[in-house]
Design a protein around this ligand. Structure first.
Ligand code: PRX
Length: 581
């Protein structure tokens, strides 16, 4: 079905004039390097993301402004000003100094969305260390892979989550300090643990930020590929230019905005757009600790008078499912701008949101590796529902063929971006070769397939690989297969993404059993429970099928493509590399 283009609003009629009021004009004269002129830089030289996010506002007399409006699961509401966050992060930086954690060390957080998470992340950056966030729903195997690979020496977690860490701590010799933080009572700590509250109580609120250079590493997010375990995409302090500029031009931040990013900091959207973009632009952010519920979410918008909202297609589809009557019960009139990222946004969702909440969702595209938004719909541009929009100023994407040459307008190819933007990842931790393999003929190859139309709008087609996108989170099939293989009954496992109307894809596993095991429903349930415990509910397979043998290439690689084709009843394609019976 063809969807009508949503016409461009008259800029002068908008209540707030967009920062990007002339797309062509701003794009043509844009030099990403000059964005630094709008930031402050560290006093005495250098660049540090945390300084640009917090202390520069304090230095400019904006310290009393609300930085975080925290809405706890238990109904508590707390406000943290920019000055509060600057002090808390200074304290945590002092904690790291006292523990003799050196510049460049990896400090990971494995926490729910409590204020301490934000203090730890900013404090880590101030201490010149690399912050690595882990999603709080991860299971022990998922945590272990990431901590082991990164060689993290510090982990901050909570009393509720620490049991998962203790299961694997013996496998992590590099992990020197386990800090337990609680937003409730001061935590009771066991042997081998440190209390956040005790450490912070002794730490000064003053800290001289480590003089990090623009190209010093700052943050790392693990992301899934087709082969091997998740890889750590490493970003540097200079990425803050991208966070700031996209915050200004894509999220269209203005001084009085109350912003809500629904993503968890365990994923890159929750750091780039849950922390760095809003803070560098000095707006106030709602941090909602709770989970999804349609009425709860609308209530958050009403309660905090949210003006700018950034969320994801799965959530939007769940809101659609909850029905048009629910938003009518709330006052959503403060909203002026809504955006979506992480998965293809169905055109129906754009049309629905215009009707149900009075605003269309603006889709945008980027990935862990790009660090900030690359392609977007903007307030001043017509929206073509189903399209990801047009390139951010300073970003040059293209659609290329296998040789790395641009294809004709309208043709499908690999979505690629000309390297060199400030928030581009600088390596995959310890996997330089894999990093190099992502570049070809002067392009960074994103792993997505797409098309560009005659108006310069980009349209997502699909992934070029077997990576699964479930509810906006990438899952590598290898990680799930490895966990299943740890179960004594499993001989082989092949994992695919099965299309799903709400989550886009769900993780589905095909399992063959070892001699002596019966393919019963009970065993299926046992395998589901086993993998959920090892990996966490977001990664573990939602569906499991038993099959006698898995289709493999002659070299023994499981043909996930074929499993998927069979599951969907599609043409099985070229099977010439299948093993002989
Ligand atoms: O396949 C694309 C999909 O999500 C991938 C990036 O996921 P991740 O590295 O976890 O980064 C999350 C931050 C956005 C992309 O390679 N994706 C992201 N945005 C869109 C999308 N697919 C379609 N449309 C989008 N707007």
């Amino acid at each position: 079905m063809e969807y009508e283009t949503i016409s461009k609003p008259d800029v002068d009629s908008l209540a707030v004039r967009p920062n990007l009021d002339d797309y062509e004009g701003i794009r043509s004269g844009f030099d990403y390097e000059r964005v630094i002129d709008e930031l402050d830089g560290l006093p005495g030289g250098g660049l540090n993301i945390a300084y640009e996010c917090l202390d520069r506002h304090v230095a400019a007399g904006r310290g009393d402004k609300a930085c975080i409006l925290w809405d706890g699961k238990d109904g508590r509401q707390e406000t943290y000003t920019y000055a509060d966050m600057a002090k808390l992060s200074n304290q945590f930086a002092n904690v790291l100094r006292k523990l003799e954690v050196e510049k460049g060390s990896r400090v990971f957080v494995f926490m729910d969305r409590i204020p301490e998470l934000y203090a730890a992340a900013f404090g880590t950056l101030k201490a010149g260390c690399i912050i690595g966030p882990l999603f709080s729903a991860f299971g022990p195997d998922a945590i272990k892979d990431r901590l082991e690979d990164s060689g993290a020496s510090v982990l901050v977690t909570t009393p509720e989550l620490k049991a998962k860490v203790h299961e694997i701590r013996g496998d992590l010799p590099a992990l020197k300090h386990l800090i337990i933080a609680s937003h409730n009572e001061p935590p009771e700590v066991d042997d081998g643990e440190l209390s956040w509250n005790d450490l912070m109580a002794d730490a000064s609120e003053e800290f001289d930020i480590v003089q990090t250079a623009p190209d010093d590493p700052a943050i790392m997010h693990y992301t899934s590929g087709t082969t091997g375990r998740p890889k750590g995409a490493l970003h540097v302090h200079k990425a803050v230019l991208g966070h700031y500029a996209t915050g200004k031009y894509v999220l269209d931040f203005h001084e009085d905005d109350i912003y809500w990013c629904t993503a968890d900091p365990g994923w890159v959207t929750g750091t780039s757009y849950g922390m760095f973009a809003p803070c560098t632009n000095g707006v106030s952010s709602v941090i909602y600790e709770g989970g999804f519920s349609a009425s709860k979410w609308y209530e958050v918008i009403q309660k905090y008078k949210v003006t700018v909202w950034y969320t994801a297609p799965t959530a939007i589809r769940m809101l659609m499912k909850a029905g048009d009557e629910v938003p009518k019960k709330f006052d959503l009139s403060t909203l002026r701008y809504t955006m979506s990222v992480g998965e293809p946004l169905n055109p129906e969702a754009v049309v629905w949101s215009e009707k149900a909440i009075g605003l269309p969702f603006h889709d945008n595209w980027w990935q862990t590796e790009t660090g900030s938004i690359m392609i977007a719909n903007y307030p001043v541009m017509p929206i073509k529902p189903g399209s990801m929009g047009r390139p951010m100023p300073g970003i040059n994407p293209g659609i290329i063929d296998e040789e790395g040459n641009e294809v004709a307008t309208g043709e499908e190819g690999d979505l690629a971006v000309r390297p060199g933007w400030p928030s581009m990842f600088r390596t995959y931790w310890n996997r330089e070769e894999m990093y190099d393999s992502r570049f070809k003929n002067g392009w960074y190859i994103t792993g997505d397939r797409a098309r560009k139309d005659a108006d310069g709008y980009f349209w997502f087609v699909g992934r070029a690989d077997d990576v699964i996108n479930t509810a906006g989170h990438l899952v590598g099939p290898f990680e799930v297969e490895s966990a299943l293989l740890e179960h004594p009954a499993v001989a082989e496992a092949g994992v695919i993404g099965k299309p799903d109307p709400v989550a886009m894809e769900i993780v589905k596993a095909f399992v063959s059993l070892k001699e002596g095991y019966e393919p019963t429903d009970e065993l299926k349930r046992e395998l589901r429970r086993f993998s959920r415990e090892r990996l966490g509910p977001g990664i573990a397979p939602r569906e499991i099928d038993f099959i006698d043998t898995l289709p493999k290439t002659r070299s023994g690689k499981i043909m996930r493509r074929l499993l998927k084709a069979r599951e969907l009843g599609l043409d099985e394609g070229d099977t010439s590399t299948l093993e002989d019976d």
